[in-house]
Structures are given as C-alpha cells and as structure tokens.
Design a protein around this ligand. Structure first.
Ligand code: UD1
Ligand code: UDP
Length: 364
C-alpha cells in the first residue's frame, strides 16, 4: 500500500516530519506531495533540511492567489496527482488551504484520508482556517487529535468516536527532536540582539490584511519595543502592510526575513517574551516555558492557556500585558503540560495507520 502526505505550508512540514519518520520505521511505502502553497526557500526548503524530511515525489507549484484561485489550482493539481499515484491513504495536516483541497479531492475520488490535528476549534468562522478545519474533519476517515477537547468538538459535530484517535501533538515531537540543537547564542549574535530580547511573529489576516488593523498592531508592538528590544521574523503575508504601518528595522525592532526552524526555535528558547498570532508558536512556547502573548480574540488551542504559558490579548492591552509578563519573569514548565505532548505522537499515529492499512479493527 502507498501513503501520500499532502504538505503545502510552513506548519505542515513541522507536523508531518515525525509522522513520516515513524511510518518509515514501520516500513510503510510513502511519499510527500508538496503543493507549493509556500515556495520561498525560507518558507519551505529550510524546513525540509532542518526537519530531515525526504524530497517530495511531486511539487504542484500552485503558488499564491485568492482563496478561490489557490484552492482551485490545488484541487486540479491534487486530483491529477492522486489519479496518477493511486494512494491507499492520503494524510493531511492542520488547517491550511492545501489541507482542505486534499480532503475534498479524496472525498470525491473515494480515497481514504487521515487528518492530523483534528478537532481544534476557535468557533470563529471569520478565520479561513476554521472553515478548513470543519470541512476537513467532516470528510476524514481517520482523525488524529492533539488535545482532549478536540474529542468533544468532533462528537458535537457528529463525527463517530470510532474514527477519532487522541495521539498527542506531532509538532511537539519535532520540537523535542530539535531541542539538543537549540542554541540562542549564534542567532542572537548574528542578528545583533542583546541578551534580553523578545520575539514577535504576526501573520493572521485579521491582524495584517487591512491598514487599520496593521496600524493598531504596529503601534502596540512599537510600544513593547520601548520595554524590551524585539526581533520580528516577518511572514511574507504581512511584510508590506506592516512596513507601511511603521514596522521597520531599527536597533530596538529587528525586522528580519523568516527564520529557519532551528534558528527560530533557538531564538524563542532564549527569549524573555513571545508575541504572536501563530497557532504553532502558542504550543511551542508552552513547552519551552516562555511567556506568550497571543494577539487574537480567541484560540483554537485553549490548552496552551490552561496548561501552558499563553494569554490572549488585544493590541490595546498588549503593552501592559508585556510589562506584566516581563516583570513576572520566565515561567517554569509545570507538571501540568498537555497530556501526550511527550514526543511520541508520530509513532502513535504511525501505529494506527499501519494497522489500518492491514485492515485491523481500529476502534479506540
Ligand atoms: C497560510 C495558512 C495559514 C497558516 C500560514 C502559515 C491558509 C488559508 N492559510 O497563510 O493558516 O497559518 O499559511 O504560515 O492556508 N507568500 C510569499 N511566499 C511564500 C508564500 C506566501 O511571498 O512562500 C505571500 C504571498 O504574497 C501570498 C501571501 O504570502 O499571497 C499569503 O500566502 P498564503 O499561502 O495564501 O497564506 P498564508 O498567509 O501564508
Ligand atoms: N516558524 C519558523 N520560523 C519563523 C516563524 C515560525 O520556523 O520565522 C515555525 C514555528 O516554530 C512553528 C511554525 O513555523 O513550528 C508555525 O508556522 P506559522 O506560524 O507560519 O503557522 P501557524 O502555526 O500559525 O499555522
């Protein structure tokens, strides 16, 4: 049997690496289809290198566009690819447009599919990702959940419990694998940062797509930079609009290209504070014990608040929240970290997939 993994965007690569490795160890025949949703070397190639992911068997080079144009290109490219390759199972990750398109094509072609990171909900359908999550979960045959609350969300939407497996978080497997290589010193020196600094990453459409939102956010970030020097590895989505709103490189705000996985996590590990609107970064800071302020009205990852270091803030409240977080100092990772975020999610997923391929009964 053949398993195909559909990957397109930066967080997909991080989540897939442990699953691909574990399936490889079980001798499962597999390949990566890169959709080309992310294509800059610093948004894609560097992750294959840092995470030890094998070369994709195909790259569909769909590139950027409106949701309709990008999704349409994904549908056409993935349908051709699946018809040519005849996979027995397609594995999709997270909540990006590549995830949605792959699950739709599978459903229409009758190809079994698995969703890694199922059941997360922000309950905010204004987020493109929330729509992708709901559709993907409703069409998947195997659903792998990273945290317990996902199980009740899926049950409430009528997903049979027999399809759902609580396996932990493969993004944390990748973090654990990288841990021995995470050294802030070289990156700090290269970027000319002082010993005490904060990291900010911002790319949610609600924060960066309109001049008004960008302006409000940048004003708040600049205020934080008067308390502590900031480094902002800038996602290409917000590059122009955030710069227009005044986020420009200076000694107190280092605006730099996106960083590779190991460099970025090294910086986060050494940071006094992280300001973000990323999904994955909320999880990584929780595990590293670094205070995290998430500039969003909601999160699909509430476990990072209840079990971790995360807090939601509005742009208006960000400077005061940063002051408090910096005064409180580093958060000691507690014994109450999310269950099964132990570095072994990839092997758990691989065991379920391998058994499924053999036709075993998989009811949990
Ligand atoms: C996508 C996901 C988002 C995820 C993020 C991770 C969707 C709907 N959104 O958002 O959930 O959090 O990836 O990073 O799938 N661009 C480049 N180079 C690239 C890729 C993108 O310059 O390699 C620029 C283009 O101008 C593009 C814009 O970034 O229009 C947005 O890219 P896109 O993939 O559509 O969405 P993201 O904002 O990256
Ligand atoms: N990341 C990175 N370099 C950066 C910013 C983020 O390697 O400059 C990593 C981060 O550690 C995490 C993943 O990219 O593993 C998260 O991706 P992103 O924030 O783009 O997407 P989201 O999680 O919001 O969907």
């Amino acid at each position: 049997p053949l398993v195909l993994h559909v990957l397109g965007a930066r967080p997909n690569f991080v989540k897939a690496a442990p699953v691909v490795r574990a399936l490889g160890e079980l001798g499962v025949r597999q390949g990566i289809i890169h959709t080309g949703q992310h294509y800059d070397a610093l948004m894609s190639d560097v992750f294959f290198a840092d995470l030890g992911l094998p070369e994709p068997v195909a790259n569909l080079a769909v590139g950027s566009g409106t949701h309709a144009r990008q999704t349409a290109a994904l549908l056409v490219g993935l349908e051709d690819t699946f018809l040519e390759q005849s996979p027995d199972l397609v594995v999709v990750y997270g909540d990006v447009n590549s995830t949605l398109a792959a699950i739709l094509v599978c459903a229409k072609l009758g190809i079994p599919s698995a969703h890694v990171e199922a059941g997360l909900r922000s309950f905010d359908r204004g987020m493109p990702e929330e729509v992708n999550r709901i559709v993907t979960d409703s069409l998947s045959d195997l659903l792998f959940a990273t945290s317990p609350e996902a199980l009740s969300h899926l049950a409430a939407e009528g997903v049979p419990a027999s399809k759902v497996h609580l396996v932990g978080n493969p993004m944390i497997d990748s973090l654990f694998s990288a841990l021995p290589s995470l050294d802030p010193a070289p990156v700090v020196a290269r970027l000319g940062l002082p010993e005490r600094y904060a990291v900010a990453t911002l790319h949610r459409p609600a924060n960066v797509d309109t001049p008004e939102a960008a302006h409000e956010l940048v004003s708040a970030v600049l205020e934080v930079s008067r308390q502590i020097p900031l480094v902002v590895p800038i996602h290409p989505r917000g590059r122009t609009r955030l710069a227009e709103a005044g986020l420009v490189d200076s000694p107190s705000v280092r605006v730099v290209d996106p960083l590779g996985y190991v460099d970025f996590l090294s910086l986060v590990r050494g940071a006094a504070l992280v300001v973000t609107d990323s999904g994955g970064v909320q999880e990584e800071t929780t595990m590293l014990g670094v205070p995290c302020l998430t500039v969003r009205p909601n999160t699909e990852r509430p476990i990072t608040i209840t079990h971790g270091t995360n807090r939601l803030v509005t742009p208006a409240l960000l400077p005061a929240a940063a002051e408090k977080a910096l005064a409180d100092g580093a958060v000691t990772p507690s014994g109450s970290q999310p269950p099964l975020w132990d570095g072994a999610a990839g092997p758990r997923i691989a065991r379920v997939i391998s058994a499924w391929l053999k036709g075993d009964n998989l009811s949990p």
